[in-house]
Design a protein around this ligand. Structure first.
Ligand code: XMP
Length: 511
């Protein structure tokens, strides 16, 4: 059975994906779609409710995104948030005013009228505001439900038509009862059934994949990362030995990583997983290469070559699996941004594999949902909660030329770092943590001898999506242990530094 759907129309605000994730977390499937979707397209999509997101614009600017009045007459409940709230008031004949100063941060919201939208929310609570314009007069037939000191209309509604507006951001954690607002909208107003669960998803997908694949052959590129691991396992559960997976070991992985992948998926699950040992080829291609972008390009191209070689041995297949996830699919509509780093992923594979169709079983899922599916499929915690790891691997964590000796030093240092972070119980609290070898050796003293060895930098960040990040406040005693262990146990390392830069202006990886 198809699940119910909520439509989240994207007006360009910074919290938009968060709104969609919250809705999904509440057990209702939703899609984030560009705000210029037509009324016909909306009708065809057949949502049980529509949410307008926030956005950076002002409703009075001609170039700002607007919506047709007709959307409000479809009989589908609407919730407008921030810009979406102003747009709702403006479109239906209310007034929006430009404030002299913006309101930003925590505010107290006072409820002034009862509503199913506000079920279970106390009369006063904290909300998170971020706006300049505000609704100064509600449209005819609407009433004010809540106010803040600066904002006469913080929440408004027309209960008969099931149209609601909230000026603040219910999706952010700083809005105390924000989740209740979203939950009430979904369950009290849209009458959602709550049919979006990961166990339903797994059951649905397995059936779909079986039907689609029949007795045909499927090929998957496994990287050891969460997305490709979950995608491959899902397909494996559906079609078993009809799936062949290829794992290219480019010799730039972390300590024990390749063995772990083989032991979990081939030995543990029984998957038909082929490991291509290409370490020497990759490291050979990187001799003398110091420019980060050149390194990335070489690794990306070599990866495709390595996969092609294995795919040729397997011969023609019918389907190629890709671990694409929802954030890769969402049309952002924000225009082209500058290339900061050229990411290498499996994007180039379709050109070298003889296949008929791509299967992307995770293309509807956010990362946290992919992880839940991983647990649902019985994958071990260390695979499901694995921190992100870049395609070019340790090559972009060794500044300058990659050499086998530096790879060994880095692997050992990184292993100690990870070990101590796990022992301190921080491994699932920090988004990413790894060691880097800088290319500026320094002088040290060990025993009575002078040393001239590598500086190891430790990088650890907290983040929600890797777009922005802050350096993790690792306790000093943990840092001390890591530093002592690395200089004592790892060859060719005599100094440890901790990176205390946020992103922006720095990036998470050093290259
Ligand atoms: P930066 O360094 O750009 O990294 O702040 C953001 C996130 O992306 C990861 N990263 C990559 N992932 N291929 C990947 O699949 C790549 O080439 C690549 N480069 C960076 C990085 O580890 C962080 O999580």
């Amino acid at each position: 059975m198809e699940h119910q759907k909520v439509l989240v129309l994207d007006f360009g605000g910074q919290y938009n994906q968060l709104i969609a994730r919250r809705v999904r977390d509440l057990g209702v499937f939703c899609d984030l779609k560009p705000c210029d979707m037509t009324v016909e397209e909306i009708k065809a999509y057949d949502p049980i409710g529509i949410i307008f997101t926030g956005g950076p614009n002002s409703v009075y600017e001609e170039s700002s995104p607007h919506v047709s009045k007709e959307i409000f007459s479809l009989g589908i409940p609407v919730l407008g948030i921030c810009y979406g709230c102003q747009l709702t008031a403006y479109t239906l004949g209310g007034e929006v005013t430009h404030a002299i100063t913006s309101e930003y941060g925590k505010r107290e919201v006072t409820l002034v009228k009862e509503s199913p939208l506000l079920k279970g929310i106390p009369q006063k609570s904290v909300c998170w505001m971020s706006h300049t314009d505000y609704v100064s007069k509600v449209p005819a037939g609407f009433s004010v439900l809540g106010q803040t000191e600066a904002c006469p209309v913080a929440i408004f509604a027309c209960e008969e038509r099931k149209i609601y507006g909230v000026q603040y951001h219910p999706e952010v954690v700083h809005s105390e009862y924000g989740n209740e607002i979203l939950k009430n909208f979904l369950y009290e107003i849209c009458k959602a059934a709550g049919d979006w669960t990961m166990s339903n998803f797994v059951a649905e997908q397995i059936e779909k994949i079986r039907k689609k694949v029949g007795d045909k052959k499927v090929l998957c590129a496994m990287s050891g990362g969460v997305d490709s691991a979950v995608a491959a396992t899902l397909i494996y559960k559906a079609v078993g030995s009809q799936l062949t997976s290829v794992f290219v070991d480019h010799g730039l992985l972390r300590k024990y990583e390749a063995d772990e992948v083989m032991s979990v998926f081939r030995d543990g699950l029984g998957m038909n997983l082929i490991k291509a040992d290409c370490g020497e080829i990759f490291v050979g291609k990187l001799v003398g290469v110091t420019d980060p972008e050149t390194k990335r390009k070489i690794i990306g191209e070599e990866f495709i070559r390595a996969f092609e070689k294995e795919a040729k041995k397997i011969g023609a297949v019918d389907y190629l699996v890709q671990g694409t996830i929802y954030p890769d699919v969402i049309e952002s509509g924000k225009g082209k941004s500058a290339v900061i780093k050229s990411h290498h992923n499996v994007g180039g594979l379709p050109s070298v594999v003889d296949f008929k169709e791509i299967i992307e079983p995770l293309r509807d899922l956010f990362k946290d949902e992919v992880r839940k599916v991983g647990f649902e499929l019985g994958l071990p915690r260390k695979v499901v909660m694995r921190q992100p790891f870049p395609g070019p691997g340790l090559a972009i964590r060794i500044m300058g030329e990659v050499t086998p000796e530096k790879l060994e030093t880095l692997r050992d240092a990184d292993y100690i770092f990870r070990d101590e972070i796990a022992k301190a119980g921080l491994d699932e609290k920090i988004w990413q943590y790894f060691a880097v070898i800088t290319n500026s050796p320094t002088v040290g003293v060990m025993g009575d001898f002078r040393t001239y060895e590598n500086v190891i930098a430790l990088r650890a960040v907290t983040s929600v999506d890797a777009m922005t990040a802050d350096w993790a406040r690792i306790p000093y005693d943990v840092l001390e242990k890591i530093s002592t262990r690395i200089v004592n146990e790892v060859k060719h390392a005599n100094r440890i530094v901790y990176d205390i830069t946020s992103k922006p202006p720095a990036t998470i990886e050093w290259e």
